[in-house]
Design a protein around this ligand. Sequence first.
Ligand code: URA
Length: 234
Amino acid sequence: MRLQKYLAKCGVASRRKSEELIRLGEVTVNNIIIKEMGHIIEPSVDIITVNGEKIDLVEEKIYIVLHKPKGYITTVSDQFDRKKVIDLIDLDERIFPVGRLDYDTSGLLVLTNDGELTYTLTHPKHKVEKTYIAIIKGVPTEKELKLFVEGLHVEDYVTSPAKIRIIESFDNKSTVEIKISEGRNRQVRKMCHAINHPVIELKRIATGKLILGNLIEGNWRYLSQGEIKQLTKR
Ligand code: URA
């Protein structure tokens, strides 16, 4: 990376002002004053100072929300070479999905390079509520809905209290809103299966207070400062 670009990236000054600092002999690379413009440095190896003070590159944090379509995987690699959500995002920076959504699930997916946020949103102790809209087979009875709320035996565990409400029922199918605060593998599908109303379609519409809104499927946007603050607050 060019020295003046590096200084600007580190927030020392604008690119032009950084060039001036170099011209004035205020910048050293590995203890040598560099006055020539366009000097190439290796940020992870070289030691840069401005007026004697060491400069470090603080990685810019990126937070985005993607409307994941069905037919994409959220992992970074896949043995079956299926399409990856990361391919929908045209950014140079390396960012990672926060948690996962199944291949067949659509909806809200946060991606970031902020490990702290990933931890906050995925660690069970933080109980971040995720909201889903599901189309399920049949029409659940009051008793079945109650089971959902009380906790269900799924494989070798019992689910924490969840919320479920029927939005509408037709053609022996129901559209339901489901809220869970855990994030176990295929949990919503397994819970619906456990009450004998398997999932036909599944979409996540919110993570905590962050909502998908009218973001078009396959599109992504940066989170606002307010949304980042809200998500990182614990
Ligand atoms: N629960 C599921 O079953 N699938 C998802 O993708 C997310 C939650």
